[in-house]
Write a protein that binds this ligand. Sequence first.
Ligand SMILES: [Zn+2]
Length: 393
Amino acid sequence: MFRFLSSARVRRRILIPLAAALFGAVAVLMLEWTFFRPRSVPLPVVVSTAPRAPLAALAPHELENRIRVSPCVDLHSYVCTLVKADDPTGDVRRDSEGEVEVLRIYENIIRTNRRLSPEKIDELLVKKIYTPERTRRIRDLFVKAKEHILKFIDSQPFQALSEMDKDTLRKRIERVVLELPPPAAVYADEPDLYTRNDVFYERTVDGNVRIRMGGALLFTVRSQFNLAFTLTHELAHAIDPCELRSDKIDILSYRSLAECFGSPADTLASECSARGKLAEVFADWVATHVVAEILTESAKAFTPSQVRSAVYNTVRDLCREEDDDQGDVDAGLASSHPNVAFRVNRIFAQHPQIRKLLGCRDMTGPALPGVPSYCFWPTGAAAQAVKDRDVKR
Ligand SMILES: [Zn+2]
């Protein structure tokens, strides 16, 4: 007890001045903080003179940070910003690169064979472009694309496609032929096709249906996945809603599918009119299903990064159409193609299997807020609803 009283007195003697000193110090600090603290000033803008790594030199994850675009949210912007994506089957270059390569071959042939007739020159040219190796690759892919489309038709439930519907669609796919030179006479009515990147499906006056492929494309596109998408897209035109309509074939489930493409607001995507985009959207949609299957098969032998590159390459050629599509108000082929971002982001990138291959987290729902879910061949209730409404009209 004594010790306590005695130490309390000593403590008071020491503690009172100490507390006063501390109080003073805190007061000084507060004053200084209030009146003299450093104000935040905007940092000067410094333009870095250090060279930034070109986009081509960046790994995909670095690129993602640089352009702040995720392939799961906006695949179109992501793919079109990539300078190069090599999948194990090859790359997709700019249209002009393939065209320049073909023109160079053409020039060489003309220079070294001055006495030959134009027909003979063309013959030499097609042999240099459409080599057995290149044409075999395309023919094999064409067969594969056909098989996958037939499988896609067969796999639909009867509520979507009846046996008769399936039979009609199968026959239309089976009769499409792929026309490739040599001989040059195959494209005699269209010789400038050798130097172009065009691929198209067309009906001939005698009622046959064929697909032709421009020579430059063989140099522009070396990725099998991109070629498979292109060939399947063209093949799908044989069964697109507008082709069927022109042949007076009406398949009920096509109507609900068209409604889905056109929702929520793009009515042109559900129309076969002059400016309607239904045929193109449908062809992209079928090609997406088929290539998703082909990609999934190949993915077993690929690393995850190779799989992603293969997915990017599948739609990489669509980037080149962007300039033509922006603000295009002319009727014609360009305007019948839907906006490129729509083709890539809504039709291709939202497919559940594609999202899975890209490693996107949400594999079933819509990729973007406000964007409707992916369109599938409608079954039962949806098809019936359209039928009922049609009857009341
Ligand atoms: Zn098309």
